[in-house]
Design a protein around this ligand. Structure first.
Ligand code: GAL
Length: 669
């Protein structure tokens, strides 16, 4: 028996075992060596001798025997290969086999030209069934052998997906890629195969809010500046709610017993523990809310609300903002703590002769709009740029900062997103140049006589998380714009690790707005392209990271799954935890990540994520989160106690999915 036949029979055997993929590591050394040279194995043809024009690549120029970046020879962890295909994630390449091929071999890995950068997964799909998977590979990993039986196959698709952190540096080599075939039938063809379509879309079982039970939800601490107007809707769920009350309100505030809206203006600096209560058909409940009054006390917890951009973008107008406020109440979202209705770009027109900013014809009366939003107990937000123009080309605030802040206050705005766009920093001004425009507006907001949450948006330039607080930001965008794809979500979400140490009460990392529900960035909306499991990953990650939760969809047309996703109070309690310590990653192996954060009551919130494309088990070990022994575990998405577990907990996770837990025994008080 020749050595190729020998190995072929092993791969057929492995492929026939359910659940075992044909990623063969045994005898890998010899085989990889055999794929490195000039000559193809007997009976095989090198794939890179074919026409490669149909091979897809996320970046660069697909290389025949060359890496995708600079055209250097293929090299994985120091091993050189004469033949193979150099490509870049995301990459899809179709190979027409016409049932004449018997076997595919390749040594896969990230090319050395990125100096150990990148992370990818290589897959081989045969007639729409995945037959080989490299698992997560990182730059610097030794090549892995993929060995696939092609008997009777019509079409092979070679896929490179990013490893769950975006596709930067994903220079991926199918080194020594060879097909064994009779004659020379192998032809590279364009493929419309979409990896994303191969991720199953199974609706997970998650808990709904119990509409019968009376409950007070939302933040447990809220800040304000003495002397400035204050508005806060007590978020409460349950049937026939009445008799809202608030014991020990600071002087200057009052609560409307019918609506639960607290208004007024706190007279003196101080920390005021208030007891909120409400009666309903499902019982009477009370809960503590701390009102903290002082300078720079806004956003004690991450802002929760809605922003117009991911939904309407340039199609926003007064009617859509009012509809959003109506829908936030009617859908029940406001009753879980969502509070801000934020107008993004495209409301502006030009300046009047006094230099005052004017809204365009789609916003006939900003003050009336703010009054309408406030009448529901909600807060209204607005958008501008420190440059002369906003990103959509409308008037920005350059040289009008004080004036604009006063205008926003006069209209009744409660939130400002301040977006870099056309701003040009002074030459050689370095980091100070990045900070400067934000400090200018911060001062203007401080002097405007209204509490306006200040949201910096400059996409993470100059590591904004390191100085956003110093520049006065209550939150700062850490990334470019998000879109509703797994690539965008995973690249942004999983790359936040390390930023957590810079955030805390009053100053939060902002990895951009939510992309669940019907989104669209314009007049035409579509259901999010994210799979259900990916949406669980999204909200789990954003909650663990204390990210602002700004809904980006049409709330007046929202499905039950999205509502359940956005109104799970146990998940939201993690996001809003008053300790304000966002999660970081504590474990990361084989596509399973564990993120953890301590909570005020002494327990830990933990997310386990599967960035791979198969259902697999994920485990959190107590040692990873700093606890020991038997600890109670509660599943937050299902709202179910799982009992005491010793040392670790393991859960089955769907492709791109996540599970979220509260682990540990709460402190007595
Ligand atoms: C981008 C910003 C988006 C949106 C848009 C408006 O720079 O990141 O979130 O605000 O501008 O033009």
């Amino acid at each position: 028996m020749n050595k190729w036949f020998n190995r072929l029979s092993l791969s057929v055997f492995a492929a026939s075992l359910p659940g075992i993929l044909t990623t063969l590591t045994f005898a890998a050394e010899t085989n990889i060596q055999d794929l490195a040279g000039k000559d193809a194995p007997t009976g095989a043809v090198w794939l890179d001798t074919q026409d490669l024009s149909a091979v897809g690549s996320g970046w660069g120029v697909v290389g025949a025997g060359k890496a995708v970046g600079g055209g250097s020879p293929l090299s994985i962890n120091g091993r050189k290969f004469v033949h193979g295909i150099g490509t870049h994630a995301e990459s899809v390449a179709g190979v027409d086999l016409k049932k004449t091929a018997s076997r595919f071999l390749a040594a896969v890995g990230l090319d050395d030209e990125t100096s150990n950068g990148g992370s990818v997964i290589f897959q081989v799909w045969i007639d729409n069934v995945k037959k080989a998977d490299s698992g997560l590979m990182r730059g610097g990993d030794a090549p892995k052998l993929l060995d696939v039986d092609l008997t009777g196959a019509d079409r092979m698709v070679l896929v490179v997906t990013d490893g769950g952190d975006g596709n930067a540096s994903d220079h991926a080599d199918w080194a020594g890629a060879a097909v064994f075939a009779t004659g020379n039938p192998v032809k590279m063809v364009a493929s419309d195969f979409k990896v994303q379509d191969m991720v199953p879309n199974v609706m997970p079982v998650i808990a709904s809010c119990d509409p019968a039970k009376t409950s007070i939800n939302g933040p447990r601490i809220v800040g304000t500046t003495p002397g400035n107007p204050f508005i806060f809707l007590v978020p409460a769920t349950g049937a026939e709610l009445k008799d809202f009350s608030a014991k020990n309100l600071p002087a200057g505030l009052k609560i409307d017993s019918q609506t639960g809206i607290i208004t007024g203006s706190v007279e003196k600096t101080g920390t005021y523990p208030v007891t909120l209560s409400v009666n309903g058909k499902g019982g009477s409940v009370s809960r503590k809310l701390v009102i903290e009054a002082g300078n720079h006390k806004l956003a004690r917890t991450p802002p929760m609300g809605w922003n117009s951009w991911n939904c309407w973008a340039g199609a926003i107008d007064d009617a859509k903002v009012r509809a959003a406020a109506d829908a936030m109440v009617k859908s029940g979202l406001a009753a879980h703590g969502y509070q801000y209705i934020n107008i993004d770009d495209c409301w502006e027109k030009e300046r009047d002769p006094n230099g005052d900013i004017l809204p365009n014809e789609k916003f006939p009366d900003m003050k009336a709009l703010a009054d309408y939003v406030h009448s529901k107990g909600l807060r209204l937000g607005i958008y501008s740029s420190p440059g002369p123009w906003t990103c959509a080309g409308f008037a920005g605030s350059l040289n009008h900062e004080e004036q604009d802040a006063k205008t926003y206050a006069k209209w009744g705005m409660d939130y400002l997103k301040y977006d870099w766009c056309s701003y040009v920093a002074e030459k050689d001004s370095g980091l100070e140049g990045l900070k400067k425009p934000y400090k200018v507006m911060d001062k203007a907001l401080d002097n405007c006589g209204r509490d306006i949450v200040y949201s910096l948006c400059q996409y993470g330039m100059g590591n904004v998380w390191e100085w956003g607080e110093e520049a006065g930001g209550n939150c700062w965008r850490t990334t470019g714009d998000i879109t509703d794809t797994w690539g965008s979500l995973s690249a942004i979400g999983f790359n936040q690790n390390g930023h957590e140490k810079f955030a805390g009460p009053g100053h939060w990392n902002d990895p951009d707005m939510l992309i669940v529900g019907r989104v669209g960035w314009g007049p035409n909306l579509h259901p999010t392209k994210l799979k259900y499991a990916e949406q669980i990953t999204h909200i789990t990650l954003w909650s663990l990271q204390s990210s602002p939760l700004l809904i980006g969809c049409d709330m007046s047309n929202i499905d039950k799954f999205t509502i359940d996703l956005l109104t799970n109070d146990e998940v939201l309690d993690v996001n809003q935890d008053p300790l304000g310590k966002p999660a970081g990653r504590v474990a990361d192996s084989n596509g399973i990540q564990v993120w953890s954060r301590p909570l005020l009551d002494g327990t830990y919130a933990v997310g386990i994520f599967n960035t791979g494309m198969d259902t697999v088990d994920g485990t959190v070990k107590w040692s990873e989160i700093g606890i020991q022994g038997k600890q109670p575990v509660r599943d937050l998405w299902v709202k179910k106690d799982l009992g005491d577990c010793d040392g670790q907990y393991t859960v089955s996770l769907p492709a791109h999915g996540a599970a979220m837990f509260r682990i540990g025994r709460p402190n007595k008080d």
